[in-house]
Design a protein around this ligand. Structure first.
Ligand SMILES: [Zn+2]
Length: 283
């Protein structure tokens, strides 16, 4: 049984972007963290990081690609894969209707953009999760797209970077989505055996099955400041262990201090940091 099929990729700029611009039209925006009123242009020039308190606003997958790749052509890969709704899942509406609405909103077929491009002049394969597409959740399509990116990395001995932003596995695909954890992890083991570097970048939020698989399997696991990173949510953990959790639990900084991350890197320094890491790994 096929869990995904091919469809003509969507083209053009996503209407969601236009929608967001309309909603937030005006020259000023309030920082959700420090309350400072920021000139919108200053926020854009600063990669959506508050100039006063350095709060990192969430950015979408396309903005993320722009922040990491060199100017010039980049090739989008596997943009035509779509889920076949293997379970025939229906909640408040059918999964197929939900997918259709998301595809219209984002101009993506699923919650991931996979490209080959250049970072500081070096060829890389780069996968970026799109949180706006059903919470960046991982189903069969994301599993297949990431696995193909890994296989290309092995074949061409080219570094792989995955930028995560996800609520975890996609419940509308049930066990099929859970199988993607295994599929991707097995492919990453082959990448490791081939000694090709994989850098995982965790952004706000990275949780559930994505944390439990590829997001934590990088040769380097690096995160943006202040990102929420975890498996289960804090309320579930508190109810299970019946203990109060420490301050800042599940933030990038807390995870770094407890050995779960290799670095916390500001958005404006991320590209240079990854470039230096790849120089070190590949030479
Ligand atoms: Zn601020």
């Amino acid at each position: 049984m096929a869990w995904f099929t091919r469809q003509k990729p969507s083209v053009g700029a996503p209407p969601a972007e236009g929608e967001r611009r309309l909603r937030t039209e005006g020259l000023w925006q309030k920082c959700e963290h420090c309350g400072e009123i920021i000139w919108r242009k200053a926020l854009e020039d600063n990669l959506q990081v508050c100039p006063k308190c350095a709060w990192h606003f969430r950015i979408d997958a396309r903005a993320r690609l722009n922040s990491l790749l060199d100017d010039g052509p980049c090739e989008e890969l596997d943009a035509d894969l779509v889920s076949t709704d293997p379970l025939g899942f229906v909640d408040s509406k059918s999964y197929l209707e939900r997918l259709d609405a998301m595809q219209q909103n984002t101009c993506l077929k699923d919650a991931l953009i996979s490209v080959s491009g250049k970072l500081n002049g070096r060829k890389v394969y780069l996968c970026v999760l799109e949180l706006k597409f059903i919470g960046g959740s991982m189903g069969a399509v994301m599993g297949e797209m990431i696995t193909r990116a890994i296989e290309r990395s092995i074949q061409h001995r080219t570094p792989l970077i995955i930028v995560s932003a996800s609520g975890g596995a996609r419940m509308q695909e049930g066990a099929v989505s859970l199988m993607q954890l295994v599929k991707i992890s097995a492919a990453l083991m082959r990448l490791d055996e081939a000694r090709v570097p994989f850098i995982s970048v965790l952004t706000d939020p990275t949780t559930g099955g994505v944390t439990a698989s590829f997001a934590m399997l990088g040769d380097l696991n690096i995160a943006e400041p202040g990102a929420q990173i975890g498996f289960a949510g804090p309320r579930v953990i508190e109810q299970t262990i019946r203990q109060k959790l420490p301050e800042g639990f599940q933030t990038s900084e807390f995870l770094l201090a407890h050995g779960f991350l290799d670095a916390v890197v500001k958005r404006g320094e991320m590209k240079a940091f990854i470039g230096r890491a790849l120089d070190f790994f590949v030479g």
